[in-house]
Design a protein around this ligand. Structure first.
Ligand SMILES: Cc1cc2nc3c(=O)[nH]c(=O)nc-3n(C[C@H](O)[C@H](O)[C@H](O)COP(=O)(O)OP(=O)(O)OC[C@H]3O[C@@H](n4cnc5c(N)ncnc54)[C@H](O)[C@@H]3O)c2cc1C
Length: 500
């Protein structure tokens, strides 16, 4: 071995970089290893041709404010939340704010404020839970675990009994049930339900989409209530998601940490159940006292460690993690005449439509009537496509790729007739590409589906929710562990607390 580090971190996703920055700031000798030639994992802005630069996978989100503050990150921000727009074929689009909702239902408009208040509260309770290291149930709790839970309990108590009960009640509900309690307009209901199924291989009638609605609400920093500027330092979206990655990488380096690209870890070196270092794909060996992996738990544990070094029951649980990738991305470079408004636009005409889109995924088929979320940045249009299952029945992604592209463009062209003639270049990213290029096992964009049986002390697997693994000195810190899923940096920050 040529070099020795305090900590090696596998993967330069935002969680790996957050952990690296905190540890380097503590004075640790840190090395971050990335298999790709560019850093950022899913939080990446990349170019697919001249004047064709896009946020290639994840298009919105930011880090938690305390992480930005702790690491003194300087992020360019926009001070206004983008509109959330539900597209209507007659052009009478719904924007999720009181004034626009009024055009669909006076009654719904009068309830919007109350709904937003509940969702903001529920999101803050979930945030507190994500910030708490979960105990390794059903094992005995350590004093530290107990203290963390006590703190969480106090925060929940402060949230007020009524809100806490409503929060607990909402988690297992379906998004449909939840929106029906507040709203009568199908357009309003479906717009909100689309947020619940975004990134989930679930339909709005599935139990537990109450939870995913709250999760996505939290990570988006809420939805636009009124088009007023955001308070200073509060969940603003950055311009170009890659700015988050750049700011984090600069922080790592400024604290003395190192980052290496084109450095794929082939396996983790283990002696007597203790992680000792890593072996790269080029054969190079690097040793460390501690290894953190921000790659997904299936890849880390089944590929980089291997079943031979793990207890059989642990292997079985890890194999059983539900990844359920079913998202594709289509980026269009246009001449600028696409006609799509700025903001987050969704194709979500009714709750039943969204449920039927999900039905296809259940049977390994691509949705013919699809849920789309569309964002624009000057001449480029980025389309998030659901559902495009990783596992296709009776077909392959080589055959089906062009179908997804056509379906997305045809669907959007109903709303924006100039779109087709404005396209000059395109880039498709299938769930297979998410696996092969972005390192996401089975195209699982959150390193394991967010659902109630993979939540709290059951994430990534029951009994192992505190970042530890059966291999001493090997820890998980990516989206697949508690606190993770989406862009927030929480699991990267939490692991540092466990290492103390
Ligand atoms: C298409 C798509 C849309 C999304 N939309 C949203 C959204 O709207 N809202 C939201 O909140 N979240 C969204 N997400 C999810 C969110 O982006 C991810 O959960 C989050 O960015 C994951 O961050 P991470 O740091 O945990 O891991 P990743 O970003 O996955 O980073 C892991 C890194 O590890 C590297 N790596 C893997 N294996 C190795 C190895 N053997 N050696 C070296 N390096 C390795 C990978 O190349 C990668 O860079 C989306 C994700 C995708 C893919």
């Amino acid at each position: 071995m040529t070099n020795h580090y305090n900590t090696i971190i596998i993967g330069t996703g935002h969680n790996g970089l957050v952990a690296a920055a905190y540890l380097a700031k503590q004075g640790k000798k840190v090395l971050v290893l990335e298999r790709r030639s560019i850093i950022g994992g899913s939080v990446v802005t990349e170019s697919f041709g001249e004047n064709f630069t896009v946020d290639s996978v994840q298009t919105g989100g930011t880090l938690r404010p305390d992480i930005i503050k702790d690491l003194k990150l300087s992020l360019p921000t926009v001070t206004q939340k983008p509109d959330f727009i539900s597209l209507q074929p007659d052009g009478n689009h719904l924007i999720l704010n009181e004034e626009s909702i009024k055009r669909f239902s006076e009654k719904d408009a009068s309830r919007w404020g109350e709904f937003v208040r509940f969702m903001d509260k529920a999101a803050s309770i979930l945030d507190a839970a994500y910030a708490t290291i979960m105990p390794r149930l059903p094992k005995n709790m350590s004093l530290r675990d107990g203290y963390g839970l006590l703190e969480l309990g106090l925060e929940l108590r402060l949230a007020g009994r009524k809100d806490m009960l409503n929060f607990i009640r909402a988690l297992p509900m379906s998004a449909q049930e939840l929106v029906e309690e507040y709203f009568e307009s199908e357009v309003v209901r479906a717009a909100i339900a689309s947020v619940a199924i975004h990134n989930s291989t679930l339909g709005p009638m599935s139990a537990g989409t109450g939870y995913t609605l709250i999760h996505n609400w939290l990570n988006r920093g809420g939805l636009a209530l009124t088009p007023t500027p955001l308070p200073e330092g509060e969940g603003q979206r950055v311009k170009g998601i890659g700015e988050i990655t750049n700011a984090l990488a600069n922080a790592v380096k400024s604290f003395g940490g190192e980052i290496r690209t084109e450095a794929e870890v082939k396996n983790i070196k283990i002696e007597n159940q203790i992680a000792k270092g890593v072996v790269l794909a080029n054969g190079e060996e690097i040793s460390a006292d501690v290894i953190l992996s921000s790659a997904d738990p299936k890849h880390t544990l089944l590929k980089l460690v291997g079943a031979q070094d793990l207890p059989p029951e642990f292997v079985w649980h890890t194999q059983s993690i539900k990844m359920r990738g079913a998202v594709a991305k289509i980026h269009l470079q246009t001449n600028g005449n696409h006609g799509i408004p700025e903001g987050t636009c969704v194709v979500a005409p009714s709750v039943k439509y969204l449920e039927k889109a999900y039905d296809s995924a259940k049977y390994g088929e691509i949705s013919e009537k699809l849920y789309l979320e569309v964002t624009t940045s000057e001449n480029t249009v980025s389309i998030h496509f659901q559902f495009a299952p990783y596992e296709l029945k009776n077909s392959s992604w080589q055959v089906e790729g062009s179908k997804v592209e056509k379906l997305a463009i045809d669907t959007l062209a109903v709303y924006f007739p100039n779109l087709k003639s404005s396209i000059v270049n395109r880039k498709l990213i299938t769930p297979k590409d998410l696996e092969e290029t972005y390192g996401l096992t089975e195209g699982g964009i959150n390193h394991g589906q967010l659902m109630l049986d993979q939540f709290l002390f059951m994430r990534p697997i029951p009994g192992w929710s505190n970042h530890k693994t059966p291999i001493d000195n090997l820890y998980l810190c990516g989206s697949g562990v508690h606190g993770g899923g989406g862009v927030s940096g929480v699991s990267g920050r939490n692991v540092v607390k466990v290492l103390k």
